[in-house]
Ligand binder design. Structure first.
Ligand SMILES: Nc1ncnc2c1ncn2[C@@H]1O[C@H](COP(=O)(O)OP(=O)(O)OP(=O)(O)O)[C@@H](O)[C@H]1O
Length: 655
């Protein structure tokens, strides 16, 4: 996870809180109402000892009758009932707005995550994002609904209570107040230590969530390689790290709580002796002495709770900081400032990039790469909180990739005419998938341009671009939803007869008719929480999804790799019909996929090495022969006449 902005302990509490202003503004009236009734309740609690004082003094007065006790009891009872009602009202006022803030922040972070580029997601563990969207916001809600209000109430109670103590006896009040000096000094140290521990623990919890998520996803791999024990050991190490941080946090809190409990008690103990002496010498009444200690007890309670309350506030501050670290990440792939009208025959509606001309009324799907250069962002330093040994094991995904900003694609020039199918071939790591992902702007070119119908893709509104371009990856993701919803995810219509026709056609082309015989037919829930499908079935659903989107440009990253030969052949047969109207760029790892293509582009170390028909390349390009020979030992349906012996020779030659 990248470090963004200043570390959280460098951001002041006030600055962190100020960031919540837009969410907090609408709920301020209710928070204030909650605070008002909460304050009233606590002031009532502090006032009760004054009634005791009056009662005791009245009873000790010569000739006093029992009526004073009856009256005092009635007053105390009424005050108690009031206090209970006010406490109830406080909860009622603040709970709803706090949940609103939580829900609103959660929706905002989700929306932002949707907008952030893929490069952002490459560098962040999913558990970190999960913990920020769930646990942190949950903590924040609890603090807003309880901690924040109670902190203010406690503070006010202490101020009012101490003022009352001074009205009863300034000497005793001074003794009590003396405890505040070491408490304030210690609280600075506590705050610093607790903020750091709180940040570490929330980050570690995120790392742990990532570890759980990864091992659940990779459970088959871990089992198959017999690595479950090692995964468990790593996890236990991380969990131990979190436990240690939690213990450190609790220790800081325990020491602080002890200080804030012990010192007022010590002050009260010494105050008692002075108080008895004051009462004995007639400087204060016995009722005043009793009232002093009852008030001091009412003040000591919020002081004792202050440790937990301050801890809660600091945890909430960390939660806010962590939330805004994600929210502050820039959305780098955006709609153009003045997009070229997507389908405007009358001409451009906004300033196009130099050289860009507006698209025609309907996209024809002419796809061009013009001097395209691309480098992945170098992996940024991880904010892993683990110890060095752990950190090495938890290096963020892709961090091990060689790319320290080094170009992956260099000067790619390629043109596909509308309706053409071009296969992209190259050895592993040559940049094929990267090139495909530039078309729908999953990544942004570092230089040059990708154009559709002569328009730079950066000049098209993103929604329009992603309507024109449809993708299917080898590594398929299906959502926890019905087959129907999954296939129609990007379709121009998603309901009604037209959608059903699209669905049927897409399933037919992708040879995914098996979906009709699933337990609930096309309504069967698939994806993570649904029925498990085989790799080939998943790929066919993903292919159907790409086809149902009715794109002008289809980008396929080896979408048939998990299919058996017979099914692949059937899919290819039907695909040829569909691809006749669609411009297709397809990464091929099998000669049979290459056979689909009108032309083949050979990518070599991030550059286009050659473009031509399969036969032309076979005839003239040794590297192509090497690549083809290494793709598949059984080139079934290629008209290549590739001689396996030749290919072996070439293989040697190319080496
Ligand atoms: N998200 C990423 N972040 C950093 N580097 C990446 C990322 N994705 C790919 N790379 C690097 O870019 C280079 C090209 O990768 P790419 O996946 O485009 O190759 P490919 O030709 O599709 O390979 P394969 O045939 O194995 O799928 C590789 O060196 C890879 O390590």
């Amino acid at each position: 996870m990248p470090v963004q902005g200043p570390a959280s302990h460098q951001i002041s509490f006030r600055s962190s809180l100020a960031r919540l202003a837009p969410e907090a503004r609408p709920i301020i009236p209710r928070l204030l109402a909650g605070l008002g009734v909460g304050l009233s309740a606590s002031v009532l609690a502090v006032l009760v000892p004054q009634v005791f004082r009056a009662v005791i003094d009245a009873l000790l007065r010569p000739g006093a009758g029992p009526s004073a006790v009856v009256w005092a009891s009635a007053v105390v009872l009424v005050m108690g009932v009031f206090e209970a009602v006010l406490t109830f009202l406080r909860r009622l006022f603040v709970l709803d707005p706090a949940t609103n803030v939580e829900a609103s922040l959660r929706v905002k972070i989700y929306r932002h995550l949707q907008l952030l580029p893929v490069s952002f997601h490459d560098g962040w563990g999913s558990g970190q994002l999960l913990s920020r969207a769930m646990t942190d916001l949950n903590m924040l809600r609890r603090w807003l609904a309880f901690g924040a209000i109670y902190l203010v109430i406690s503070f006010a109670t202490v101020i009012v209570g101490i003022s009352m103590l001074f009205t009863i006896s300034w000497q005793l009040a001074l003794i009590f107040l003396a405890a505040a000096i070491p408490i304030s000094i210690y609280s600075f140290r506590f705050r610093r230590q607790y903020v750091a521990a709180s940040r570490r623990s929330q980050d570690q919890a995120g790392d742990l969530a990532t570890a759980v998520e990864e091992s659940v996803h990779g459970i088959r791999v871990l089992k198959a390689f017999g690595r479950s024990r090692e995964a468990l050991e790593n996890f236990a190490l991380q969990a131990e790290g979190l436990r240690e941080t939690e213990v450190a946090k609790a220790r800081h809190l325990a020491v602080f709580s002890m200080v804030v409990t012990l010192l007022p008690e010590l002050a009260l103990g010494s105050g008692l002796m002075v108080g008895l002496w004051l009462a004995a010498t007639g400087q204060i009444t016995v009722g005043a002495l009793a009232a002093f200690f009852a008030t001091a007890a009412a003040v000591a309670n919020p002081v004792e709770m202050s440790g937990a309350l301050v801890g809660m506030a600091l945890t909430a501050k960390t939660a806010i900081d962590r939330h805004y670290e994600v929210m502050d990440e820039p959305v780098t792939i955006t709609d153009p400032a003045g997009p070229v009208g997507p389908a405007d025959p009358a001409g451009p509606v906004g300033p196009a990039r130099a050289g860009s001309r507006p698209p025609s009324s309907a996209s024809h799907g002419a796809l061009a790469f013009r001097d395209v250069r691309f480098a992945y962002e170098p992996p940024r330093p991880s904010r892993t909180t683990a110890r060095p040994a752990q950190a090495a094991k938890q290096a963020p995904r892709r961090a091990a990739a060689h790319d320290d900003g080094r170009p992956v694609l260099r000067g790619i020039d390629l043109e596909l005419v509308p309706g053409e199918t071009m296969a992209l071939v190259g050895i592993t790591g040559s940049g094929k998938s990267t090139l495909l992902q530039l078309v729908p702007r999953l990544y942004e070119v570092s230089g040059g341009a990708v154009e559709i119908d002569g328009v730079d893709v950066r000049d098209l509104p993103l929604a329009e671009l992603r309507r024109i371009v449809s993708v299917a990856f080898e590594d398929t993701t299906l959502f926890s939803s019905s087959v129907r919803d999954n296939v129609l995810l990007g379709a121009p219509v998603r309901e009604g007869a037209e959608a059903e026709a699209l669905l049927d056609e897409a399933l037919d082309v992708a040879q995914a008719q098996f979906a009709y015989s699933l337990p609930d037919g096309l309504d069967t829930r698939i994806g993570e929480e649904g029925l498990s499908l085989s790799g080939g079935q998943r790929q066919r659903i993903a292919l159907a999804r790409a086809i149902a989107a009715k794109p002008s440009v289809l980008v396929l990253d080896d979408p048939l790799s998990a299919l058996d030969v017979a099914t692949e052949e059937r899919v290819e047969g039907r695909l040829r019909e569909v691809l006749a109207e669609t411009t297709t760029l397809i990464v091929a790892h099998r000669p049979s996929t290459v056979a689909l293509a009108d032309r083949v582009a050979l990518l070599r170390d991030g550059e286009i090495d050659d473009v031509g028909t399969h036969s032309e390349l076979l005839a003239r390009n040794a590297h192509y022969r090497y690549v083809i020979a290494s793709l598949d030992t059984e080139p079934r349906d290629l008209d290549s006449g590739l001689d396996p012996d030749d290919s072996l020779d070439d293989l040697e030659e190319a080496r």
